[in-house]
Ligand binder design. Structure first.
Ligand SMILES: [Zn+2]
Length: 193
């Protein structure tokens, strides 16, 4: 049976572990650390931004805000940050969870995850493209694609999302070149319009 959040909290709050982060090459921070106190469950979760499509930022954006669109999907560039390129794939219509997509849209989503990953990988010395969905911020479904540079072992794995805010912001001309390269590769793959 699924443990209730209250039961988990009662079991875990005084038994938190500290993993050996000092031994993890990719851990971005140094110094003495301890886990934060685990706060008890709240009565209900706060609504996500744009819940039910009301005042939804993604729904309200014109196609011009995106770097690639088709009739059902739109690809948004995250502005320049530490990683060479981060983009987010949104369904044009408001869906909240991957499991809410009708089968035809889910099938096309799978094809696009593959094509976009391949397009990003083609732009240069990309070590990996992380394809992620968290979904605790905006409700409008969005898939993250994060390119990490190759051959810098500290930047591997899920901490790449943190390194994105630690590395200095990618210069505009480099970032724009990365974005343009991805769009060109994506259009070459036959999924553009
Ligand atoms: Zn929306």
């Amino acid at each position: 049976m699924f443990e209730t959040p209250e039961a988990l909290h009662a079991r875990a709050a005084s038994a938190l572990r500290m993993p050996p982060v000092q031994e993890w090459e990719e851990f971005p921070f140094d110094g003495e650390m301890r886990p934060r106190t685990l706060q008890p469950p709240v009565e209900r979760e706060a609504p996500r931004d744009g819940e039910g499509g009301v005042d939804c930022w993604a729904c309200g954006q014109p196609d011009e805000a995106f770097v690639w669109t088709n009739e059902r999907w739109r690809l948004l560039p995250a502005g320049p940050n530490g990683l060479p390129l981060v983009v987010l794939l949104h369904p044009r219509d408001h869906y909240a969870e991957p499991g809410d997509l009708p089968d035809d849209l889910a099938a096309e989503c799978g094809v696009l995850l593959s094509r976009i990953e391949r397009a990003i990988r083609s732009i240069g010395d990309v070590g990996r493209v992380h394809v992620c969905r968290w979904g605790d911020g905006s409700e409008h479904l969005h898939w993250w694609f994060m390119a990490r540079p190759a051959r810098i072992p500290q930047l591997i794995g899920s901490f790449a999302a943190i390194w994105d805010d630690i590395l200095p912001v990618t210069p505009d001309e480099i970032w724009k070149g990365n974005l343009d390269g991805m769009v060109a590769a994506l259009e070459e793959s036959g999924s553009g319009q």
